[in-house]
Ligand binder design. Sequence first.
Ligand SMILES: [Zn+2]
Length: 146
Amino acid sequence: MNCEICGAFEENLYKTEVEGAVMSLCKNCSKYGKVLGAPVHEIKQVQRTVESERQLKYDYINDIKHALQESGLSIEEVAERIKCSPKDLKKVVNSEMPPDKNITAKLERLLNISLYEINFVSDSTFKKDTEQLSFGDVVDIKKSKK
Ligand SMILES: [Zn+2]
């Protein structure tokens, strides 16, 4: 972030009231006004890796069974196309075995279905984090006004 008066790049800027206007200023320039709070940290965006949050749908077996029926292909035919053993595929369809990621990815492509859903858990954690941060900022400002 840059100081709004001199333009210096600082990691931490001070919220400063200068002639009624609140500005983000570097330490040097903050002495031109009344500092309202602790240095403002730039909130770093949490990188979310959506791919790793993909998880199998609760009823993915039903989706596979349904798609198999629709396609009119037998387990053996599908197994041959996705290059896995019919035995393994049967186990997956009968929920005797959790499917290999490789198998589900190929099934998705072959049968034109989607077996995964995106898990939004980390999304809400991210929101909570920013809420806590902004709450902390408010407290800081109140404290320094006393
Ligand atoms: Zn400055």
